[in-house]
Design a protein around this ligand. Structure first.
Ligand SMILES: [Zn+2]
Length: 242
């Protein structure tokens, strides 16, 4: 884990900003799997800055039931469709660094083109590293989805929940040193033969992404945890993404 929900210094301003999700570190194209079942509500992309869920890049929102929704953001590719029912161990996409062009190039753009678009933007000196932004939210006050309509923007930081208890009830334990482990007897453990067989088809992006999340020393710990236990951040079959 790179960064859990908390207030942290803004990337360029240095002013405190809310980070409403959990950042899970993994190589580009590593598979992302869900730890609990649900129904895919939204599949969105920030092909241009004003599109999609605004900043989450290729993102999937899943209604996991019991008033809980999860967003899986910044993915390189998406493996599910709206309305699709998913179970523990289902592949939803692959790790990426997609955004709305603020933190990384939009789809189809090189780093050089992205920088040339806004040469004076200090944020573009760095490129967001591939990672999964996992964000958990509860229903809005009227019971509606926290990711639909005006709830999508307003819910950031106000409807968000700590993902850790939810991950743990699904069988993924977040250790004190921020590595992850699969709980014996859980659905995650039962489905391990399926998700652990997905290829960890890590891609060379052609540039060296620079981390900007704050807790960089945890990178190594997380990588070891990921490789060792398989994790709830899992794999996709490459050809499904074209
Ligand atoms: Zn994040």
């Amino acid at each position: 884990m790179l960064s859990n929900m908390r207030t942290r210094p803004g990337r360029t301003s240095g002013q405190p900003t809310v980070h409403a999700g959990m950042d899970l570190n993994a190589g580009a194209n590593a598979p992302v799997i869900v730890v609990q079942g649900g129904v895919v509500e939204t599949v969105s992309a920030d092909v241009r800055p004003a599109q999609g869920l605004r900043g989450y890049g290729n993102a999937v929102v899943i209604n996991h039931g019991n008033g809980t929704w999860a967003l899986y953001g910044h993915m390189a590719g998406v493996a599910v469709s709206p309305g699709q029912r998913v179970g523990a161990g289902t592949l939803v996409g692959r790790i990426g660094n997609t955004s709305n062009g603020k933190f990384s190039p939009v789809t189809g753009q090189t780093v050089a083109q992205w920088r040339a678009d806004a040469p004076s933007d200090p944020a573009r000196r760095r490129v967001m590293a591939p990672h999964l932004h996992l964000e958990l939210r509860r229903a809005a006050a009227d019971g509606s989805s926290p990711y639909l309509g005006t709830n999508a923007g307003r819910g950031y930081g106000t409807l968000t929940l700590d993902p850790r208890p939810w991950l743990e009830s699904g069988g993924l334990i977040v250790n004190r040193n921020l590595t992850l482990a699969v709980k014996p007897g859980s659905a995650m453990e039962r489905t391990k033969p399926t998700w652990s067989a997905l290829s960890d088809d890590v891609t060379d992006y052609g540039f060296e992404p620079e981390e900007y999340e704050a807790d960089l020393p945890l990178y190594g710990l997380f990588a070891v945890g990921l490789l060792t236990v398989g994790v709830g951040v899992a794999l996709l079959v490459r050809n499904r993404l074209g």
